[in-house]
Design a protein around this ligand. Structure first.
Ligand code: ADP
Length: 440
């Protein structure tokens, strides 16, 4: 605890000063000049203090405190306090330097690139992996905007998004065929950490898997077409013995199912290999929904299908793909809803974008299955799916098409009450044409 009491050294200093001036005054008084005696004593005290002050100042400049003596009292106190604080400062500085070295060593040992960015996305510091992976140089690139060095529209959007959960893959600027996964983590006051991870191996494996599925599906297509053709001919042949009619019908159904699997796998491979869907074409979603209702309502087991168009909005994207989304969702809703149920196709929009919603009053889906619905070949009831023609690829295709249109799928469902599949398109994909009265 700090004391308000005057330190001993200060007290001694004042006592010494008073004694000196007192002695000077006494000696002056002996010669009948007390004032001159006091002035002389004060002058001596002042000269001594100035000498100490200059010596201290010189010592601070030269750093050599050993050659100076400050005697007792206040100056000695000031001197030792100064030396103590100086040594403490040096100790902290050394400790800080050591820590900084450790941090630098450990970040340089990291296999992932790490780049600290300021609020203007300018590079503050980066580690060695950032140099190896992305060619960033610690000293040369300091103060440069990272999006001027790593030029990628996805990364530019990510840098402004403040979302640390989203990542983007970019092509490495230093190694041909290499891919980097980028994540931006905001921290502190307006600083960001850009993390770069080499995902080339995963990309290559993914491509190999995609190519394998696409090649295998492609190779299966021709023999299947031949088999289906022969089975179709045999089925219509009246000379076929009666015992063969049923097996041939079953073979034809299975061949049809295999053909569907093959073409849906090929469609998935195509979607996976392509980037973002076009924004040049405009899709009239309300027309596609009405056409889907007309196509499905003719089925004998179809429930009541209702179309609800609440927005004049149109969508920037690929018409065939959006039609495929609608067909898959409506086909599922119709298959999983009893004939006395109801299916509703809704198109609505607001400032955040537009929603295409297919809801039904059918059998519904248990909560634990919902996160897995868009997995390939996932079916809630495998046995039943085989008989109702489902192959478990429809919703995987829907998910890929939606992601190509920057859209997301939200599924809500309650067993026994029905399901709702909502595709949300962002406002950047929406066009609202106000129809001019003269042109309508
Ligand atoms: P499938 O070709 O089998 O319909 P999907 O990928 O389209 O494959 O759907 C996956 C599974 O999700 C289906 O097998 C079905 O169990 C379930 N499902 C999809 N839509 C609905 C729905 N509207 N109501 C109930 N279950 C559904």
């Amino acid at each position: 605890m700090k004391s308000d009491r005057m330190p001993d050294s200060s007290r001694k200093f004042i006592v010494g000063l008073v004694l000196l001036i007192g002695t000077g005054t006494m000696i002056g008084w002996l010669y009948d000049r007390p004032l001159i005696g006091a002035l002389v004593a004060t002058f001596i005290a002042l000269v001594w203090q100035v000498r100490q002050l200059l010596a201290f100042n010189r010592a601070m400049h030269t750093g050599d405190f050993d050659t100076f003596r400050f005697g007792e009292g206040v100056w000695q106190q000031i001197f030792s306090r100064f030396v103590y604080e100086r040594e403490r400062g040096n100790r902290y500085k050394n400790e800080y330097r050591r820590l900084l070295k450790e941090v630098r060593k450990s970040t340089n040992a990291m296999p992932d690139g790490a780049v600290i960015l300021d609020e203007a996305n300018e590079i503050v510091i980066c580690n060695r992996a950032a140099k190896n992976l992305a060619g960033l140089k610690r000293k040369k690139d300091r103060g440069q905007r990272v999006d001027n060095i790593l030029r990628d529209p996805g990364l530019a959007t990510l840098l402004h998004s403040h979302d640390s959960t989203t990542t983007v893959d970019i092509v490495s600027p230093v190694r041909d065929g290499a891919w980097l996964n980028c994540r931006v983590v905001p921290y502190g006051s307006n600083l960001k950490l850009l993390l770069l991870r080499d995902v080339t191996e995963g990309k290559i494996l993914n491509k190999m898997r995609r190519d394998f599925v696409a090649n295998a599906s492609h190779e299966l297509r021709s023999p299947l077409t031949v088999i289906s053709g022969y089975l179709d001919t045999l089925e219509g042949d009246e000379q076929i013995p009666q015992d063969w009619v049923q097996p041939i019908g079953q073979m034809r159904d299975q061949a049809k199912r295999m053909t569907r699997i093959v073409s849906e796998l090929l469609e998935l491979s195509r979607l996976e290999g392509s980037g973002s869907a076009t924004t040049d074409d405009v899709v009239d979603v309300s027309r596609l929904l009405t056409a889907a209702r007309e196509a499905f309502r003719r089925r004998p087991d179809a429930p009541d299908i209702h179309v609800d168009i609440e927005s004049p909005a149109r969508l920037r994207g690929d018409s065939n793909e959006i039609e495929s989304v609608i067909t898959n969702l409506v086909s599922n809703a119709v298959r999983h809803t009893p004939v006395d149920g109801k299916v509703t196709l809704l198109w609505q929009s607001d400032a955040s974008g537009a929603d295409l919603v297919v809801s039904d009053t059918g059998e519904g889906i248990a909560e634990e299955h919902i996160p897995r619905l868009t997995e390939r070949f996932f079916r809630v009831d495998r046995g039943r799916a085989r008989t109702d023609g489902g192959v478990g690829l429809g919703l995987a295709i829907v998910k890929h098409i939606l992601s190509r249109h920057d859209a997301g799928l939200e599924v809500t469902s309650r067993p026994g009450e029905g399901s709702s599949f909502c595709c949300h398109f962002p406002s950047t994909r929406i066009v609202i044409n106000r129809i001019h009265p003269d042109k309508s």
